[in-house]
Design a protein around this ligand. Sequence first.
Ligand SMILES: [Zn+2]
Length: 80
Amino acid sequence: MIVEKLGTGTLDSPEGFEEAFVFMGTGLVCSGCGEPIVQSQWTYPALQRPLRMFRFHRWCARIWEVVGMLTPQQDQPAAR
Ligand SMILES: [Zn+2]
């Protein structure tokens, strides 16, 4: 799911994002897997504009960091 999103550009690369802040889960959905976060969540504020915040489960954040750094970002999604 996360790998797919990174590949299609739905999810931005972790480059340019601050380190995670850890908050209590608020029931909002994870930016990675789309499941509600009910325990502690990791929130990533973007350093770059447009300002965005990502929320992840701890394990989803880890996957995002690792896979995102390995996945080349395309500026524009290629037309199918
Ligand atoms: Zn998740």
